[in-house]
Design a protein around this ligand. Structure first.
Ligand code: CUA
Length: 309
């Protein structure tokens, strides 16, 4: 799920290949050096002339190691995304995903080509298999780092700057992404599921996400409480008057795999725990505790949110 050595994307495959080339090359060099050392320690002294020794040191001690290191370094530098174009030639680059790092969650906006209205989401990334997806990465508070090991290398999210990353998933599946730059108390809890879907499935998913979820209009106690308690000051739920942007977007929350940014499973019970005292589930969460609500009221809100498929 989170292994750079089990690649499910083009970039991750390159990283894995580089790793194995380095391991094999390093191993061969180590074997050669240890072999020579063993050979030298068994050989009688004084047999090698001064000139021959000098040549040996020049070739085996300087020229050959420098050449091998130059080759390996050159290959590694050539793989660096910064040295390649953002969208390689021939890539359609139909979809751009904007990801903003927050303490300690991910703000996500999908921008399909030719569409002015972004599809807003949080704490989960979905992308079509086989298509190159561009990421625009930034942060509002401290430096975070966006990393889906199974799909590609990491890229920092830096306040006041937009970094770019381009990924192409090659195998459908659910992988784990993780913040890879220490950003505060819940840094380790700043994760997200990354789901690579078949293109047709992804298009249908994105179409559905572009509008309000089905359960949103249902006149339930949970919906009423959510709006009465001003949850909408921080959270947006498409199709309601909740339009806050301080916290994660909760439209379609019920269809997400996790809550708390990849931290816990998304079910009514954990949602209720999160609402009552979010910091007990996720240290450093800025959402205030809602201990004034009765367990029944909290459950009603959680039920409604879980129904936002
Ligand atoms: Cu965000 Cu570490």
């Amino acid at each position: 799920m989170q292994s750079a050595l089990d690649p499910a994307g083009e970039e991750a495959a390159q990283v894995a290949k580089l790793f194995w080339i380095m391991v094999v090359a390093g191993g061969l060099i180590w074997l050669a050096v240890v072999g020579l050392l063993a050979y030298a320690s068994r050989r009688k002294r004084g047999i090698v002339g001064e000139q021959a020794a000098g040549r040996l040191i020049f070739w085996c001690g300087a020229a050959i190691p420098a050449f091998l290191l130059f080759l390996l370094l050159g290959y590694a530098l050539w793989l660096m995304p910064g040295l390649r174009p953002f969208a390689p030639a021939g890539a359609s680059g139909a979809l751009t995903v904007e990801v903003t790092g927050e303490q300690f969650w991910w703000r996500v906006a999908y921008r399909p080509a030719g569409s002015d209205t972004p599809v807003l989401s949080a704490n989960e990334i979905r992308l079509p298999v086989g298509e190159r997806v561009k990421f625009r990465l930034t942060s509002t508070d401290v430096i975070h780092s966006f990393w889906i090991p199974a799909l590609g290398g990491k890229m920092d999210l830096i306040p006041g700057r937009t970094n770019r990353l381009s990924l192409r998933a090659t195998r459908a599946g659910t992988y784990r992404g993780q913040c890879a730059e220490f950003c505060g108390i819940s840094h380790a809890h700043m994760a997200f599921p990354a789901i690579a879907m078949e293109p047709a499935e992804f298009d249908a998913w994105l179409d559905a996400r572009a509008g309000p979820s089905q359960g949103v209009a249902e006149n339930s106690a949970g919906r009423e409480l959510f709006l009465r308690e001003d949850c909408g000051d921080c959270h947006r739920v498409d199709g309601t008057q909740a339009t806050g942007t301080g916290g994660p977007d909760l439209s379609h929350l019920g269809s997400r795999l996790t809550i708390g940014a990849g931290l816990v499973e998304n079910d009514v019970e954990t949602l209720a725990r999160f609402i009552i005292h979010s910091a007990s589930v996720k240290p450093g969460s800025q959402m205030p505790a809602y201990t004034k609500l009765s367990p029944g009221e909290v459950e009603a809100i959680a039920l409604w949110l879980r129904g936002l498929q």
